[in-house]
Design a protein around this ligand. Structure first.
Ligand code: ZN
Length: 263
């Protein structure tokens, strides 16, 4: 299995050529996400009944989803927890730092069993990232596993997760469903209601445009304190901007879930 993971990793630079270019200069991507209307995407990509099925499927293995805050965990505890969870779910799990010049562009991947004729699906997580990012990658890949039966099979059978690729997730129900679970894990309902309680014109078509400076500040504090994301100077500027893009993406998605589906 490790050989198959290595083979798939070897194809990542080719598969993700466009994403890696965006990852190198994430400012454009960041601006695109900041302006994007997440409610419109959510409504057109995942219906309320799809969403209910996604959440109730996930709740079978994740009973505290949307109820209890996911806390940052240490690297060793992460591997133990993830390993236990994936063994229960009959998923092959590999976590290792992905080296290489563009390695950090890749967060992880999920391989469907049915397309590759595998005994078990595969979750791979790139642990070269900081712990908060590693945990959210794991949530995303686990999200694929928990929701894959609800959607048609992916063309290639491999779902790559590239750091700069969030806008594409907004056009793809498979990716968006996995991201919904990351957002619910990172911002459970009571936290989401506190964070996104800014004045809102509920009477009009709900839109989530730009996060206000106040909400942005609160979200950032929450991400640093509770999700273990470090936006400090220890990381190269483009990497910090990519993490920031992820933070904006998951926060706005959470906001949209609250605004559109009261979840
Ligand atoms: Zn994915």
């Amino acid at each position: 299995m490790a050989r198959l993971v290595a083979e798939i990793l070897a194809t990542a630079p080719e598969q993700g050529r466009a994403q890696i270019i965006a990852w190198r200069s994430p400012v454009k991507e960041l601006e695109r996400l900041a302006q994007h209307d997440y409610v419109r995407s959510l409504r057109s990509i995942l219906s309320y009944s799809d969403l209910r099925r996604v959440v109730s499927n996930a709740a079978t293995v994740w009973p505290n989803l949307n109820h209890r805050q996911l806390n940052p965990i240490t690297r060793s505890k992460f591997t133990r927890t993830a390993l236990k969870m994936t063994q229960t779910l009959q998923v092959h799990f590999q976590a290792s730092p992905y080296q290489g010049p563009e390695g950090m562009a890749l967060r992880g991947f999920y391989v469907e069993r049915r397309r590759r004729m595998l005994k078990r699906p595969i979750i791979y997580v790139n642990t070269a990232h900081q712990p908060g990012a590693v945990s959210s990658t794991f949530c995303h890949e686990l999200g694929h596993h928990l929701t894959s039966r609800l959607f048609g099979a992916h063309r290639e059978g491999v779902h790559f997760f590239f750091d700069a690729d969030y806008a594409e997730h907004l056009n793809d129900p498979i990716e968006l469903a996995a991201d919904v679970l990351v957002s619910l894990a990172g911002y459970p309902e009571d936290i989401a209601r506190q964070l996104f309680s800014a004045p809102w014109d509920w009477g009009l078509v709900a839109r989530t445009g730009r996060l206000s400076a106040e909400v942005f500040g609160k979200v950032r504090k929450h991400a640093e304190a509770h999700l273990g994301i470090d936006f400090g100077a220890n990381w190269p500027a483009h990497q910090r901007l990519n993490y920031l893009a992820g933070m904006i993406h998951y926060a706005k998605l959470r906001w949209a879930l609250l605004a559109e589906y009261d979840l």
